[in-house]
Write a protein that binds this ligand. Structure first.
Ligand SMILES: Nc1nc2c(c(=O)[nH]1)N[C@H]1C(S)=C(S)[C@@H](COP(=O)(O)OP(=O)(O)OC[C@H]3O[C@@H](n4cnc5c(=O)[nH]c(N)nc54)[C@H](O)[C@@H]3O)O[C@H]1N2
Ligand SMILES: Nc1nc2c(c(=O)[nH]1)N[C@H]1C(S)=C(S)[C@@H](COP(=O)(O)OP(=O)(O)OC[C@H]3O[C@@H](n4cnc5c(=O)[nH]c(N)nc54)[C@H](O)[C@@H]3O)O[C@H]1N2
Ligand code: SF4
Ligand SMILES: [Mo]
Length: 669
């Protein structure tokens, strides 16, 4: 008999949807939206619906595997855990615990994914990753400007006169915001979309502003310059609630609008128009993450923050510099789960540079890596370097649901549970501030086990089993400890399905910022303390004709690698049916110049690597732009990251995935 249960989407996504899941004969047969969820209201995307396929697929990993003479062999859990524990013991004894690297990303929004850190901290502290491929530059930028990265509650754009979607692919990556934009537009708000790609959200806009990739900071500078020229800045906010404005004024004096028009490829009249738009408060600015994946990414976000600040759009309903919503994750008691005080050794590598560091680190060398909730072989920049690094390790352990490109390289592959196979609570620090409950609805297939079970078994073998002598229920309660007084408990979540976290819907409404000065900081003390100048700059991407003309001569086109429509990163390509191909989306001017046609086989290359794919014409895209969606598997043509660079952004916390010049040519078939 079929029965319907509530559940939650575990995928790494803005929206964090509530689900209704139908279970029949012990199997998930359908995933739908929960109409009672206050934000996601019964609508979910294809990736959510496809979770049914993802959990039931015959390709799921069912048993632990060990590579012997280049081939995987099925082994028992007992053998896998004994051997891995033995290696962990030996490496710690011989080289110290930081000879082990924990490589991970954000694949699963469950609270208990934090137990990996509990394991590694109790083990003594391993080499950990800092920064983020995803949003690191922007988070650090907002830490410098505001002291943290907070967003307005989703419905708040109903209070906005204008909404600026700055580089967020809303219709594709954040579908519930798209519905809100439609509503706000109907209610009279004017919508602007700033993006090098004329995407589905741009189609909804009253005005689409096409920009050269990586130059948004300069555009924001131009808009501020025009605001100051016309006297449109909000003097009260600047005087009472900010520091460093004189530095910004000086910076803007030193640049001409002609220069800004030239480099951004946005006409001066559009810049002036946007200055007028920003002066008519409230204006909501909603950042995407694409524009900060450049060498100048942190400064770009800071300049847009500065524009939101000088126009007086901070702390008022309908306004905001909406980038991320860190308050959501901060609601939980993560330290109780992760026990950072148990570390006795520590070492950090930058997330972006992990491959480079595996290859070069000494004292100690990296002997072993354990990969959880991540697929670095497709998702890290510079795939060729990543392949060299991960294959150089003495021992690679990958914990996953599928034999991914990374798992293929492993010495041990451990099969883990997927959505609906274990209880957890789910949230995303990107958009709304609800936490959702996800019950265990079905048994995992084969011998797949939870990450938590794996850590417990290893901890028992390594002599710190007492720190893992808890049930999942106990751990969830640990993480919820600080919310009990607000009435949010596991029992309440089980019954009510979701709960609104105590997050301010209009951040910074008291203008008390979390910066050292307590004010909004155009020139950042936090940055100065970390050895940076702290001042805003007019920095450009690294790979551009302005910053590296010789490189641009050989590789004249900007390559973006945005998030795929039908997959969450690499997680769905193998489930889409047919054989996925590499689609090379090419702006019309390049199509003309290279005499390309829809469907032509092309080679895209630079000094880091190359990829082949079929041309798809990208109508109305900014001239000189190419896009290849991220996440594709080696067996389907390979990851676009063969072309991207592993550099760190200006504030060292982010990637430069989109700061990438390439060339393209037609291949004869
Ligand atoms: N070129 C380019 N590269 C990019 C990006 C881009 O835009 N362009 N985007 C970047 C961004 S924003 C991100 S967030 C990263 C994402 O990078 P990743 O998180 O590495 O990407 P996923 O493909 O989601 O891989 C996650 C893996 O975790 C596994 N997994 C899922 N749930 C669990 C679980 O509960 N336990 C364990 N142990 N494993 C689990 C999945 O099966 C999958 O293989 O990629 C980055 N890379
Ligand atoms: N379908 C789908 N949805 C997802 C994901 C997925 O893999 N698939 N991943 C989730 C995750 S982990 C993340 S981080 C989010 C990311 O969500 P988004 O930020 O919406 O997505 P991105 O693909 O990173 O890029 C967003 C937009 O940035 C634009 N862009 C690139 N460079 C620039 C620039 O220099 N200036 C401007 N103005 N725009 C630029 C791109 O053209 C694109 O439209 O999506 C989440 N949602
Ligand atoms: S992937 Fe995002 S939009 Fe799709 S169902 Fe999950 S949370 Fe919702
Ligand atoms: Mo991300």
């Amino acid at each position: 008999m079929a029965k319907v249960f509530h559940a939650a989407c575990p995928l790494n996504c803005w929206d964090s949807c509530g689900f209704k899941v139908t279970v029949e004969d012990g199997k998930v047969v359908k995933v739908e939206g929960d109409t009672e969820h206050p934000i996601t209201k019964g609508k979910i995307c294809g990736r959510g619906r496809m979770l049914e396929k993802r959990v039931n697929s015959g390709d799921r990993l069912l048993y632990p595997l060990k590579k012997v003479a280049g081939e995987f062999e099925k082994i028992s859990w007992q053998q896998a855990l004994d051997e891995i524990a033995e290696k962990l013991k030996t490496y710690k004894k011989e080289y110290g615990s930081t000879s082990v690297l924990h490589s991970h990303d954000y694949a699963n929004g469950g609270l208990l994914t934090n137990l990996d850190a509990r394991f590694f901290n109790n083990y003594g502290g391993v080499t950990e990753l800092t920064g983020s491929l995803c949003w690191g530059s922007g988070i650090e930028a907002q830490n410098w400007d505001f002291g943290d990265a907070y967003s307005h509650a989703p419905g708040d754009i109903m209070n906005s006169k204008s909404i600026v979607i700055w580089g967020r692919n809303v219709a594709r990556t954040n579908m519930h915001l798209y519905a809100e934009l439609q509503k706000a537009k109907k209610a009279g708000a004017t919508l602007y979309v700033i993006d090098p790609i004329f995407n589905a959200t741009a189609k909804l806009a009253d005005q689409y502003i096409s920009i050269k990739p990586g130059f948004d900071g300069l555009l924001a500078a131009g808009i501020m310059k025009e605001m100051l020229r016309m006297g449109l800045e909000n003097k009260e906010f600047i005087e009472l609630h900010s520091i460093g404005f004189d530095d910004l004024k000086r910076l803007l004096k030193g640049v001409s609008l002609d220069y800004i028009q030239t480099v951004t490829e946005v006409p001066i009249k559009t810049i002036t128009m946007l200055a007028e738009v920003y002066a008519k408060r409230p204006v909501a600015t909603l950042f995407g993450l694409g524009m900060q994946r450049y060498a100048n990414g942190g400064n770009t976000v800071r300049l847009i923050d500065a524009l939101v600040a000088i126009s007086g759009n901070i702390g008022l309903p309908g306004g905001g510099a909406n980038y991320a919503n860190k308050h959501v994750g901060q609601s939980f008691d993560i330290e109780a789960l992760t026990m950072p005080h148990r570390k006795t050794e520590s070492r950090t590598f930058s997330m972006m540079k992990q491959a480079e560091m595996i290859l070069t680190a000494s004292e100690p060398e990296v002997k072993m890596a354990i990969v959880t909730c991540g697929n670095p072989l497709t998702q890290l920049p510079d795939t060729n370097k990543a392949r060299e690094a991960f294959s150089s390790l003495e021992t690679l352990v990958v914990i996953d649901q599928y034999l991914t490109d990374t798992a293929e390289m492993a010495d041990y592959v451990l099969p883990v549970t997927a959505a609906f196979e274990t209880e957890d609570i789910y949230y995303s620090s990107m958009y709304h501030h609800y936490v959702n409950h996800g019950p265990k609805l079905v048994e995992p297939p084969g011998e797949a086990r939870t990450d938590e079970w794996i850590w417990t078994e290893l901890a028992n073998r390594l002599g710190f089993g007492e720190e893992f002598a808890y049930t999942r229920e106990d751990y969830i309660k640990m993480g919820l400890a600080s919310l009990v007084e607000k009435g949010i408990t596991l029992d309440v979540l089980r019954e009510k399905k979701f709960a609104e976290l105590p997050v301010n819907p209009i951040p910074w409404s008291d203008w008390n910022f979390k910066t050292p000065s307590g004010k909004y900081e155009f020139t950042s003390q936090t940055a100065k303390n970390a050895g940076f100048s702290g001042e805003l700059t007019l920095s450009l991407p690294t790979e551009s004709k302005w910053t590296n003309p010789a490189l641009a001569e050989n590789y004249p086109y900007s390559l973006l690698s945005i998030h795929p429509l039908r997959s969450n990163h690499s997680q769905f390509y193998h489930l889409l049916g047919g054989t996925p191909e590499v689609k090379v989306e090419v702006a019309e001017d390049i199509v003309m110049e290279k005499e390309l046609e829809e469907g032509d086989l092309v080679l895209v290359w630079n000094e880091r690597g190359k990829i082949e794919g079929k041309v798809s014409i990208l109508k109305l895209a900014h001239p000189g732009t190419i896009n290849i969606d991220e996440g594709n598997w080696q067996k389907f043509g390979g990851s676009v990251n063969q072309l991207t660079s592993d550099s760190e952004s200006d504030n060292r916390q982010g990637s430069t995935l989109y700061d990438c010049l390439v060339n393209i040519k037609k291949l004869s078939v």
